[in-house]
Design a protein around this ligand. Structure first.
Ligand code: MRU
Length: 363
């Protein structure tokens, strides 16, 4: 049964992990069951679940299954093997590694298989509950930004541009960039979202547009190259994007194309903010361009386009000569200097080491 209110991952009455198959949205809302570590790995690799916080949470439940399904004789070895396997699923979003490390640290505090299984489930549930609260708080801290623009415009519509999907479908509930938008809507502030389609996987047209529609948020779908034009013509008040990994100096990796939006925003003096759950901060690295691993995916994602055909079936079509080689970089890095601020669960800070450490006190 689909939970109400909707969320992206949950356990059913049989204690099975349930997720929404995001490769079928917006055409079909299909719930899938993840039975074991292999299902979890495939769900992450194929982007049946995607978005930094959600892949971290899904991997956490995968490690619970690894404990549950491990043999007594090879308990530690099999859990370690599962952790390494899940770590190899996608390279860029740091949440995956943060969640796996946290699960492994907790699991190692107890000895028996039943204790490991129990503590793994408890920790996976905690990761999910924390993400819900983190996103809610990002909304609390992001709301004043939207409010201030609305006041400056004497209550006229605030136009927000976003790229990819950093909404609920990338998290558990609320989402990161959508949380302040939903809270603004609740306060009666007029907002409108420009939704980048986000080629090649179309998280904008498939997921963000669907999600905003579900919440009655006025929005308009645009092709990825439109943002600059809109900014030049005063049609964007704020750019709001998510992140897969943010370094301690504030460089941000996010879906490919984010950097170009940041450049256009800078040229047009438009505020460019990143909604940043602290689980997406990689405190171990500084220089995003040199140190963040950028995922390269199968070229067929660029060469084929998926959609609903005239018979109402989900179909793919080839959009180039069959032999044309394609490159498919999943993410790019926006340097901190192009970012107006980071909206975190603890408040807004500069995209600098000082800004982040003042909020999170890591060093
Ligand atoms: O390849 P994806 O769809 O997993 O990429 C997702 C993004 O780039 C999101 O913007 C990011 O993970 C933030 S989700 C709150």
């Amino acid at each position: 049964m689909i939970p109400n209110p909707l969320r992206t991952i949950w356990l059913n009455d049989q204690q099975e992990v349930q997720i929404i198959n995001q490769t079928l949205l917006p055409h079909e809302l299909r719930v899938e069951t993840l039975h074991n570590v292999e299902d979890v790995y495939q769900a992450i690799v194929q982007m049946i679940v995607r978005g930094a916080p959600l892949i971290g949470a899904t991997a956490a439940y995968g490690l619970w299954m690894a404990c549950r399904d491990a043999s007594e004789a090879l308990l530690e070895h099999e859990i370690e093997k599962a952790a390494n396997y899940l770590r190899s699923s996608r390279p860029t979003a740091v949440n995956l590694f943060v969640c796996i490390d946290r699960m492994m640290a907790t699991i190692s505090t107890v000895k028996s298989k039943s204790d490991k299984t129990a503590i793994a489930l408890e920790t996976a549930h905690a990761i999910v509950a924390e993400d819900i609260e983190i996103c809610r708080m990002i909304g609390v801290h992001g709301l004043p930004l939207i409010e201030a623009i609305s006041q400056r415009k004497a209550g006229e519509t605030v136009n927000i541009l976003t790229h990819c999907n950093a909404g609920m479908m990338g998290c558990i509930r609320w989402g990161t960039i959508t949380s302040p938008i939903y809270q603004a809507m609740e306060k009666g502030i007029k907002v409108h979202v420009w939704v980048d389609e986000t080629r090649p996987r179309n998280q904008g047209s498939n997921l963000t547009a669907w999600e905003l529609g579900q919440h009655n948020v006025p929005h308009t779908l645009i092709v990825d190259n439109t943002g600059g034009h809109l900014m030049q013509h005063d049609m964007v008040d704020l750019v709001l994007v998510g992140t897969d990994r943010t370094t301690r100096q504030g460089d941000v990796a996010n879906k490919i194309g984010t950097y170009l939006k940041a450049l256009a925003a800078k040229d047009n003096q438009i505020p460019f903010y990143v909604a940043l759950p602290s689980t997406s901060i990689d405190w171990t690295i500084s220089d995003g361009l040199k140190e963040i691993p950028i995922e390269e995916r199968n070229q067929d994602e660029v060469k084929y386009f998926q959609g609903l055909n005239s018979s109402g079936k989900i179909d793919t079509v080839l959009i180039c000569p069959p032999t044309t080689p394609a490159a498919n970089y999943g993410f790019d890095v926006t340097p901190a200097r192009l970012i107006s601020g980071l909206i975190t669960e603890r408040g807004i800070c500069d995209a600098t080491e000082k800004g982040l450490t003042e909020l999170f006190g890591m060093f």
